[in-house]
Design a protein around this ligand. Structure first.
Ligand SMILES: [Zn+2]
Length: 466
């Protein structure tokens, strides 16, 4: 109804009613005083009143005392862009009948309580939201492009899904903490309540933060990530969506981070359960622009349901044992090799089984082996070598997280995509997960002696970019 009352004008009127000075309002809204002054003048022109009357007019309207019908009409007339609709008349009659409960139901004690214009509500958010995931069963091929297009035909459908996923069933207003209806704000990836103009951008600080790429494209690439065996590269996205390589790499990087963040809090083991622990050396890690010169150590733990792997700076007990404490549930039986960093495990209260490979032992005297973690290394190393060839040290944890996300769901492939869009973790968390791997001095590289016959050395050409 108050088509031109925006959030800031709302706040402006509220401040004027509290007799704030122009300077105070400017400070609050983080704008110049001249801008506040200009907006006050605009309001006065539109309401045909003096500045001194503005605050009184607003307070009187807010107080909603009897006999204010004309005042409400006057305000409505001043602000309406189009003529009153039938709905407006009904609301106005309701306001007249009971001014205290004007327009948006019962009044409550939150500041700036003004109705939102019908022009900015494009759609009331439907509650409860029916998640398209519930129709996905093992036999229903929930992994296909057709299913994706049916569930998320346009950007609005994607945004609506993200909104409901992030609200997680709690639709209270952020300010007054009461159950409210949320409205989509037209033209923005943003939702708002009518009570305090609390607004919420579902894609903010998530995988799609400030991205101008359509949400349908994001969902499609996430489906490719879920369906592929070894992941998707930046060049693939460049070709698939017809966007720049930089945009494609950024999308891939962010989706990898998203998957790694979803996977980072996993715990494995439990009373009486076997947890296999091992570490592997990954060659071909890019350091300081030198390809293939570096190596990284990856530390892995797995039980029969899931695997956790982390990039670690070294193999010292001080590095590895806290990670075991963090990710393995108490009461588990740990199976490791005879590496000395694990020698303190029994002293720390773990049930510890050692398989001594140096004695040619692959299953120890008690019948414990390490086949499951060795199988994991085989697949993991092939993924990195086969698809990504060289990954940088700084990004390694994201590649590991992405791989684990798929690997841990390999028996339920129809769940992978839906798990990816079920939760949208805060990207600010990646700072705490990034493990700083110190980069040592580069290893001396063996260089071929220059040719003496004057023929220039041939460069290896890459036919198909990865
Ligand atoms: Zn509120």
């Amino acid at each position: 109804m108050f088509a031109r009352i925006t959030g800031k004008q709302n706040q402006l009127l509220d401040c004027l009613a509290k007799a704030w000075s122009v300077e105070q309002i400017a400070q609050l809204q983080n704008v110049q005083a001249a801008s506040v002054r200009r907006r006050i003048n605009n309001l006065c022109t539109r309401l045909e009143c003096r500045e001194s009357d503005l605050a009184g007019l607003y307070s009187a309207w807010l107080d909603g005392q009897a006999g204010e019908r004309n005042l409400i009409r006057q305000l409505c007339r001043s602000f309406l862009l189009a003529g009153p609709t039938a709905q407006d008349n009904i609301l106005e009659d309701q306001a007249a009948a009971s001014p205290a409960q004007a327009i948006e139901g019962p009044r409550h004690a939150c500041p700036g309580d003004l109705p939102v214009s019908p022009q900015i509500r494009t759609r009331v958010v439907q509650e409860p939201y029916e998640n398209p995931r519930i129709a996905i069963t093992p036999g229903s091929k929930g992994t296909s492009r057709k299913v994706l297009q049916r569930a998320f035909p346009d950007n609005d459908a994607c945004l609506n899904h993200i909104f409901h996923a992030r609200m997680a069933g709690d639709y209270r207003c952020f300010k007054c903490r009461q159950e409210r209806r949320w409205y989509r704000i037209a033209g923005f990836r943003r939702y708002a309540t009518a009570c305090c103009a609390s607004s919420f951008a579902p894609t903010g600080r998530t995988v799609m933060h400030r991205s101008s790429i359509p949400l349908t494209d994001w969902f499609e690439i996430m489906l490719l990530f879920a369906n592929s065996k070894n992941g998707v590269t930046g060049h693939f996205i460049e070709r698939h969506l017809g966007i720049a390589y930089k945009s494609g790499f950024r999308m891939a990087d962010r989706i990898r981070t998203h998957m790694a963040l979803l996977e980072c809090d996993r715990k494995i083991g439990g009373p009486g359960k076997l947890v296999h622990i091992d570490e592997a050396l990954l060659r071909g890690i890019r350091t300081n622009g030198v390809r293939g010169g570096g190596r990284a150590i990856v530390f892995g733990m797995c039980d029969e349901t899931a695997t956790i792997a982390l990039a670690v700076p070294d193999r010292k007990a001080a590095t590895l044992l806290p990670l075991i404490d963090r990710h393995v549930l108490p009461g588990s039986i740990l199976v490791t090799d005879a590496y000395h960093s694990y020698s303190q495990l029994a002293a720390r209260g773990w049930n510890h089984e050692i398989v001594n490979h140096s004695r040619g032992e692959w299953v120890n005297a008690n019948g414990f082996g390490q086949a499951s973690i060795e199988a994991y290394w085989g697949v993991f190393k092939r993924t990195i070598r086969g698809t990504h060839l060289h990954v940088s040290r700084a990004n390694l944890w994201k590649y590991i997280g992405e791989f684990n996300f798929r690997y841990n769901r390999r028996h339920v492939p129809h769940e992978i995509f839906w798990d990816m869009i079920e939760h949208f973790p805060d990207f600010d968390r990646q700072a705490e997960l990034r493990i700083d791997i110190p980069i040592g001095p580069p290893r001396p590289r063996k260089r071929r002696p220059p040719r003496t016959d004057g023929v220039p050395r041939k460069r290896a050409s890459r036919i198909f970019r990865n």
